[in-house]
Design a protein around this ligand. Structure first.
Ligand code: TEU
Length: 554
């Protein structure tokens, strides 16, 4: 397996508006990131993935870009960005930007032109269709509820938008659009940017014909109609040849509808498309028929299977992304850990999981201190467009809104977007102004400053485990095998190469449990744990205990 810097990297994801505000605007800014670079470096991170900081009307917090070459003044503008990039490179940190190329803002110049007339040279930059029987061209539903089609009176046609109506989809079929986007990518690489996370890249190739969906489950419509369109691989290969292959950069394509069947095609080195993808098999694990806002119970075997299947799928030519949350999902410890009784232990267990699997590791801001879901008292406290649209839709459908509010508490994207908790002073040291989104009141107890001073903290554990991964590249590149697929409470796996083998055991339960497998415990030496219990008995685990054991193979 070819070794590269990005395979070995630990990437720290920043959601800039919630990270650190230096102006009192209530919104994080680039200067705020600059001030925290030493902190990020202290985690052992090698790179930062920065969510969009371009000019945007912020209908979807920057995922609606109105100028791809302009850094928003709200974040400090181009000058601040140049300083950030310089300082990061001085400190040996790489910068991965977000590329949102499936759609633009409706306030982008291209769309303003496109709307004007059917003859406008930019008309075909977007997807315009005639209506059908007095309604939209198809019955498609957008990701954020409502039709994917918006009627525009000016030319009596509809335009396509998979997300909000302020996010019109680009027409990748048009070679001019592809060229424009490739030039944008090149522009940032020439500035020295080290890579791109590509937003919903799985959606850029639209179906050959626009037909009504017959699927009942939204997920089925995504997989069969919206995602992995007929030309997706052609476009990505073209992008690779036109620009990506000319730079020493990393790419990670994000997207709904990426699954075990099609995922490997995006990242197979021989095909020359992307380096990695983010799939959501583990993060959509609890989605019922109605999608994210219809959560259903799931079990540990299913969770383990996602990691095992993906490792298998990518081991012969490809590379994985290891992550347990981002700005679109609730907090990882609230979902997969136990915040009530074992916040410390389960946060550390999940950190160990992240840092001992094969793939590039992504840590979402705040997870390194165990930030949790927020649960605001009123729907009026929520900001996220997905949450609010889902709420309005539920109301329209006559759902029990008290019950639905509980779902909002567990599923809202705002859970991951509450401001970073730096210390226990007012607004957690995030801002001197009024925060754009209310803080999680638990910042009094869960914050960076408190954890800096506690050798037993989640934060210091992350540092230790990142270091440990770096000292043992078998944890990056070594083979993986799950040893207990069916067990409902333990997740046990091996990682090995020709020199060394690790056995990693996680107890996802509130009980003392022993791993029952006929293995010779004496051969393994103890390396790491999150709880100082049962150290004399390798296979016995306390509640939410994690253990890393090592065996010399030569
Ligand atoms: O998210 C893509 C995506 O698949 C989301 O619709 C996801 O399913 C949802 O957020 C889960 O709740 C990306 C960005 O990460 C997201 O922030 C943007 O809103 C979206 O694209 C549109 O650009």
């Amino acid at each position: 397996m070819k070794k590269t810097w990005w395979k070995e990297s630990v990437v720290y994801q920043i959601y800039p508006r919630s990270f650190n505000d230096t102006t009192g605007s209530g919104m994080g800014d680039i200067q705020g990131i600059i001030e925290k670079l030493d902190y990020i470096k202290s985690l052992g991170a090698d790179a930062i993935w920065l969510c969009p900081v371009y000019e945007s009307p912020n209908d979807d917090n920057g995922y609606d870009i109105s100028d791809y070459r302009k850094i928003s003044e709200d974040f400090g503008g181009q000058k601040a960005f140049d300083t950030l990039l310089d300082k990061m490179h001085q400190k040996g940190l790489k910068l991965v930007m977000d590329l949102v190329a499936n759609h633009t803002s409706d306030e982008h110049y291209w769309f303003n032109e496109s709307r004007k007339s059917k003859e406008n040279p930019y008309r075909d930059y977007y997807i315009w269709k005639d209506g059908k029987n007095g309604g939209p061209p198809t019955n498609w539903e957008s990701f954020f509820n409502g039709s994917t089609w918006e009627y525009d009176q000016l030319t009596d046609q509809y335009y396509l938008h998979y997300f909000t109506k302020k996010q019109p989809d680009l027409n990748w079929e048009n070679p001019k659009v592809r060229k424009e986007i490739f030039e944008v990518i090149e522009y940032w690489f020439e500035k020295g940017v080290d890579g791109f996370r590509m937003d919903v890249i799985s959606l850029i190739s639209k179906p050959d014909s626009f037909q009504d969906t017959q699927y009942v489950k939204f997920q089925d419509t995504i997989i069969n109609i919206y995602a992995n369109g007929p030309k997706i691989h052609q476009y990505l290969h073209e992008m690779n040849q036109a620009v990506l292959s000319k730079y020493d950069i990393m790419t990670v394509g994000e997207g709904p509808g990426i699954d075990l069947k099609n995922g490997p095609l995006y990242v197979d080195e021989k095909r020359k498309e992307l380096d990695m993808v983010f799939h959501f098999d583990h993060l959509f694990i609890d989605c019922g028929e109605g999608g994210k806002y219809d959560p259903q119970p799931y079990d540990l075997p299913k969770f383990k299977k996602v990691f095992t299947d993906w490792d298998n799928a990518l081991k012969n030519g490809g590379w994985g992304s290891i992550f347990l949350g981002n700005h679109d999902f609730s907090r990882m410890v609230s979902r997969f850990g136990n915040v009530d009784e074992y916040h410390l232990e389960s946060s550390k267990l999940l950190a160990t999981l992240l840092l001992t699997l094969r793939g590039t590791v992504y840590i979402y801001q705040g997870d390194e201190i165990g930030m949790t879901n927020v649960g605001y008292p009123s729907i009026a406290d929520y900001n996220d467009v997905e949450t609010l649209n889902a709420w309005n839709e539920a109301k329209k459908k006559g759902k029990d809104m008290e019950e639905f509010f509980k779902i909002v508490h567990s599923q809202s994207r705002d859970n991951a977007r509450t401001p970073m908790q730096w210390n226990n002073s007012e607004n957690a040291g995030f801002t001197n102004g009024t925060p754009w989104l209310q803080l999680n009141p638990n910042y009094i107890d869960i914050n960076v400053s408190q954890q800096e001073n506690d050798s037993n903290s989640i934060l210091n554990y992350y540092r230790e485990m990142v270091q440990f991964r770096k000292e043992n590249d078998v944890l990056v590149y070594g083979d993986y095998e799950c040893l207990n697929e069916d067990d409902n409470e333990l997740f046990v796996y091996r990682r090995w190469d020709k020199d060394v083998e690790f056995l990693i055991l996680h107890n996802f339960s509130e009980n003392d449990l022993r791993f029952q497998k006929n293995m010779n415990a004496e051969e393994y030496e103890f390396c790491k744990t999150n709880v100082q219990e049962h150290l004399d008995d390798s296979y016995l685990l306390a509640p939410w205990q994690t253990k890393v054991l090592r065996k010399k193979t030569k």
